[in-house]
Design a protein around this ligand. Sequence first.
Ligand code: NAG
Ligand code: NAG
Ligand code: NAG
Ligand code: NAG
Ligand code: NAG
Ligand code: NAG
Length: 706
Amino acid sequence: MYQSFMDTTRSIISLILFLLLTIPAGAQRTSKESTPTTTDFTFRGFNGSQPANISIEGAATIKPNGLLRLTDRNPNVIGTAFYNKPVRLLETNISSTNTTVRSFSTSFVFVIIPSSSSNGGYGFTFTLSPTPNRPGAETEQFLGLLNKNNDGNSTNHVFAVEFDTVQGFKDGAYSSGNHIGLNFNSLKSDFQEPVVYYDNDGPNRKEDFWLQSGDPIRALLDYDGPTQTLNFTVYPAKSKSRPIKPLISQLPVPKLSEIVQEEMFVGFTAATGRDQSSAHYVMGWSFSSGGENPLAATLDLSEIPPPPPNKPKKRGYNGKVIALIVALSTVISIMLVLLLLFLIYRKRMQQEEILEDWEIDHPHRFRYRDLYKATDGFKENRIVGTGGFGTVYRGNIRTSSDQIAVKKITPNSMQGVREFVAEIESLGRLRHKNLVNLQGWCKHKNDLLLIYEYIPNGSLDSLLYSKPRRSGEVLTWKARFQIAKGIASGLLYLHEEWEQIVIHRDVKPSNVLIESDMNPRLGDFGLARLYERGSQSRTTVVVGTIGYMAPELARNGNSSSASDVFAFGVLLLEIVSGRKPTDSGTFFIADWVMELEESGEILSAIDPRLGSGYEEGEVRLALAVGLLCCHQKPGSRPSMRMVLRYLNRDEDVPEIHDNWGYSDSSRIDLGSKLVGYVSSDRASSSHSHTSLSLTRISSTSFTSGR
Ligand SMILES: *[C@@H]1O[C@H](CO)[C@@H](O)[C@H](O)[C@H]1NC(C)=O
Ligand SMILES: *[C@@H]1O[C@H](CO)[C@@H](O)[C@H](O)[C@H]1NC(C)=O
Ligand SMILES: *[C@@H]1O[C@H](CO)[C@@H](O)[C@H](O)[C@H]1NC(C)=O
Ligand SMILES: *[C@@H]1O[C@H](CO)[C@@H](O)[C@H](O)[C@H]1NC(C)=O
Ligand SMILES: *[C@@H]1O[C@H](CO)[C@@H](O)[C@H](O)[C@H]1NC(C)=O
Ligand SMILES: *[C@@H]1O[C@H](CO)[C@@H](O)[C@H](O)[C@H]1NC(C)=O
């Protein structure tokens, strides 16, 4: 009995406990599931509303400043934002089983910023949807609401107010880009209006404005359940007061009752297109439903976040980034302009010259720009020879037949240039048929340019050595003799016939150019002076070419007409024998000819390639004159006038009665402090023109090597 009582008590306690534990839980659950009959919310900015109150998808985002951005200006994006909790929008009349859509009211402020004024798109919607997102919705004209398969299907249960900014893409070709539409399950609007508002100044004064103006715009939607009508107003948020009349007033929308389900989600969708895109922002949003006359809270502009900067800039960069980009691009453009100016300046400087005072009044000065043009900017294919102090370019000045040779010299120092130029000025007046006449000069930076007549045939050097070897053709004796006399005549002019004595200083085959009629022309006269001048006065400087340098040059370095005569003598022997003056440390052409002379075999000195094609008397004469010119003692050498007289047989060559002062010990005797600028010819050269190299050699290599 007691037991059963206890059991009963226990059961009752258990039941009570069970009821205590389960009923509240169950009650809690049902109350959680049931949607409140009224919904009221106000977002003055969307700070902290996500994820608790707002569910966003796609490109939509809540900006740090509280703005809800549905899409940015990227192409082909969708953004949706819905109030998280469902809203009860159907009212069932218990007494008649008749259902009606409840009254509701919403208000929001939005901004549309197009990527450029003509390229905004596509728009956004305020939507009643059965789901808090729009799965499968598409971009462009589908506005992130529907897609081409479900567009128009009555199972959609979607009502939307569209804010369309793209013209004529749907709703027929008549629609303006800037319009409002009321859409039921479809993007084809049942009703649409261009965007205007009724100004307060008069009942029918319409003002139109642009949805994508970039300025805040306020939209108000009120639905009246009992009369199944709606009012819609849209106007620039900056207006002082609300328009006196809605854009859409008391429009019957019975269709809404077919769409609205028990619970609906309210929110926004937006989309951009491939070519047209805008950023769509909602700045604030209020909603109210249920009750007698629901009225969404007003959103004062001062209470909601400020609109995004209204700049039709790309991709919604913020101000700082834009400022940075502007600053950077300004800096970069300035730098580019400076660089361009610098390049132009440098290009000009390459052609322009800065003249020193002394340079101005010289009749023979050429303008660098003209030379630059004449030689195609000193192109490599214009080079006709290298060596003998510089590189020679062929150039056409004025007409193409008017050819010049431009010798570009880079002296070791410009010290002596001024004096040298003074000399050039006078050398420019030299005129002789056996001289390559100097026409002018030009100084440019560290280069000195000398302008000569252009002699196309090449040098004696190439005729003596290179050319015959290649074509099998040998320079005839007649030509050789004529050339020898021509050179002698040119030298005579330099030494005696002009107003002042000009020492050539570098007589050698590569400085003799040959015209087509075998007339020789001596070039590069006086040039060696530049190198004598340019160097420090403390060291003795010898300028010339090994093999052609008179022995006294090694002792005192003083060039004279006698040292020119020595070089001519070597050249004469070379012309006859076709042999380089030196080909090793021990051979010297004058020694060799002298030995042959002493052994009575002078004729074996003749160039074997001539065969029997020579005139013995002339050969003997030339060799005798050559030896005479190569006399060790400068005073014993004949003058050029005498040389020419001998060669013309106007006078007999003196008998050879000693060995012309030759002794091995005296010949190569160079002072230890001697520094020489020596251009050397190489016998092995196969170049058609000169193969000179300007070398600065010390006395040790001078004595030991060459
Ligand atoms: C957002 O959600 C929070 C928490 O659920 C709530 O306290 C707040 O009132 C909601 N805000 C709005 C505007 O609905
Ligand atoms: C419900 O229906 C009855 C009769 O049809 C009507 O008198 C009453 O006003 C209705 N109530 C509402 C809230 O619509
Ligand atoms: C439902 O109520 C509306 C008025 O509120 C009325 O016009 C309509 O005929 C009713 N429908 C039914 C099925 O009772
Ligand atoms: C409408 O959609 C439903 C389901 O989503 C589908 O079964 C039906 O075929 C669609 N109707 C049309 C006309 O596309
Ligand atoms: C709709 O606007 C008219 C004036 O045009 C006004 O009389 C009516 O009350 C409004 N309805 C609602 C639901 O706001
Ligand atoms: C909220 O929004 C305001 C602008 O309305 C902004 O100044 C503030 O920084 C935001 N606060 C947070 C916590 O996001």
